[in-house]
Design a protein around this ligand. Structure first.
Ligand SMILES: Cc1cc2nc3c(=O)[nH]c(=O)nc-3n(C[C@H](O)[C@H](O)[C@H](O)COP(=O)(O)OP(=O)(O)OC[C@H]3O[C@@H](n4cnc5c(N)ncnc54)[C@H](O)[C@@H]3O)c2cc1C
Length: 436
């Protein structure tokens, strides 16, 4: 069956899936539900689509998912918006001298599992439009206020009091998820990770006008990182050098909520960069202060469960969390959005396998398939940060490869759709037997 000229879908399962939130997690869950034969409908609080955020990364394990959408049509669009480092690679500098300790080569392109680093808002728009194109109903300007479920169905209540009913509800409402509290009864207590990032995305026109920085904008895209004691600074130029973005991770014990929109101040950034290669300050000085974001990185203990009525959670097993609502990531893993995608794919496959009469089995199996992998990937956010922030430069001098950004097969080569097709039936059978 085909819902568009290019997208093949499985026969209808008759499962109505209500999805809360139209971030990458919610949109991917919806698109994958269409592929697997379910009927998704999205409710999103934002009244309109806005190009929000700055740089976001998708590893090859996400590229593999995008590539399956309409035979590569979507991944080709995303490719045009993403950094191309085929020739440039990644220059890793020592923080004080500025010397390049290694040029980490870009892996050979795999068209079936591409990597995307680009503007979150622009890439999000591509995915959003694709979901609409294949017929997903997206209701913008509808904040979800509450959730309900019985043995026979589940649904949401919107802020205007409207009740929407379906077979299953996916709470993909992001890092400050209301579903987490309302559905699982879990009191979320974020704690400071001891770090924060300043981040910015802007046009390169001032960078081009400066003879010292124009080298980064003249010959296509670039990627440079300076690694220092408890601080790292990553700087990319993108769109053939016309835009740029940087992210600086540093110590910060401030105990406030994380946000994509807290204003940042250049004077604070300069303080952290004292004693650093002067090029870093030069780059930062081109930033319009209005686009500088100060984002506190907080930790959350792993949720005991992502599914209602499972483990310690109350309920009937028809509501679950995906993406940041279930498992926020530190940016140094570069896997937060990718793991939200893997969730949506896994869930849609399991719902098809378990069928309309065993939603509980599908959701429990979803948690079983995903939980340990997500925990392991989450930890890489800390290990990469610590590897960079506690660098032993004597070791790096002898062995520069030790400072490269880790690219691990168990993360990148993973195909969550294939894996779920292989293990799904057995896991559904196991969790269903235990539930009976
Ligand atoms: C505005 C914004 C900017 C971001 N910028 C970046 C960035 O620059 N770089 C980066 O790496 N990551 C960024 N992220 C986070 C990144 O998108 C996520 O970590 C990742 O994509 C996982 O996505 P998600 O779908 O789980 O959550 P999110 O992308 O956070 O999506 C959650 C969605 O749920 C909606 N929502 C929340 N509560 C309700 C409710 N009660 N009712 C209905 N809808 C609700 C939100 O409006 C949001 O659209 C940003 C997220 C947001 C929301």
């Amino acid at each position: 069956m085909a819902v568009s000229e290019t997208l093949e879908t499985k026969p209808s399962t008759g499962i109505k899936v209500i999805i809360v939130g139209a971030g990458f997690g919610g949109l991917t869950a919806a698109i994958e539900c269409v592929r697997q034969g379910h009927s998704p409908v999205i409710y999103e609080a934002f009244p309109e689509l806005k190009i929000l955020g700055d740089i976001i990364s998708f590893g090859p394990n996400a590229g593999r998912i995008f590539h399956r959408w309409s035979n590569g049509k979507i991944s080709r669009k995303m490719r045009e918006l993403s950094i191309d480092l085929t020739d440039y690679g990644f220059n890793i500098h020592k923080w004080d001298t500025g010397e390049i300790v290694i040029n980490q080569k870009t892996p050979v392109k795999d068209e079936t599992a591409p990597v995307f680093n680009g503007h979150r808002g622009e890439l999000h728009e591509v995915v959003f439009n694709y979901a609409k194109e294949i017929g997903v109903e997206i209701n913008l300007g509808h904040r979800v206020e509450n959730y309900f479920e019985t043995e026979a169905g589940a649904g949401i209540i919107l802020e205007n009091g409207t009740k929407v009913e379906g077979d299953v509800v996916i709470g993909s409402d992001g890092v400050r998820s209301k579903a987490r509290t309302l559905v699982l009864g879990y009191e979320d207590k974020p704690k400071s990770s001891g770090y924060a990032v300043w981040r910015a995305w802007f046009s390169n026109k001032d960078m081009l006008a400066d003879p010292e920085t124009k080298q980064f904008c003249e010959n296509g895209d670039t990627f440079n990182g300076w690694i220092g004691p408890d601080v790292h600074f990553l700087f990319s130029t993108i769109k053939d050098g016309s835009d740029c973005c940087w992210v600086l991770t540093h110590r910060d014990e401030a105990d406030i909520a994380e946000s994509w929109s807290f204003p940042g101040y250049l004077k604070d950034v300069y303080k952290v960069l004292e004693g650093w290669d002067p090029m870093c300050k030069k780059i930062v000085s081109k930033t319009p202060e209005s686009v500088l974001v100060d984002w506190k990185l907080v930790y959350r203990d792993p949720l005991p469960t992502w599914v209602s009525g499972y483990g310690s959670a109350p309920g009937h097993g028809r509501i679950c969390l995906v993406g940041d609502a279930a498992h926020p990531f530190l940016p140094t893993s570069a896997q937060g959005a990718t793991q939200a995608l893997e969730d949506g794919v896994t869930l849609a496959v399991l719902l098809r396998k378990a069928g309309k009469n065993n939603i509980k089995g599908a959701l429990r199996a979803y948690q079983e398939v995903r939980y340990d992998r997500v925990r392991k990937v989450q930890k890489t956010g800390e290990t990469t940060r610590d590897m960079w922030h506690k660098t032993d430069w004597e070791v790096v001098k002898k062995n520069p490869e030790t400072i490269q950004f880790p690219r691990e097969d168990w993360i990148f080569a993973f195909d969550t759709e294939k894996h779920t097709e292989e293990v799904g039936d057995e896991i559904i059978a196991n969790v269903t037997a235990t539930a009976a």
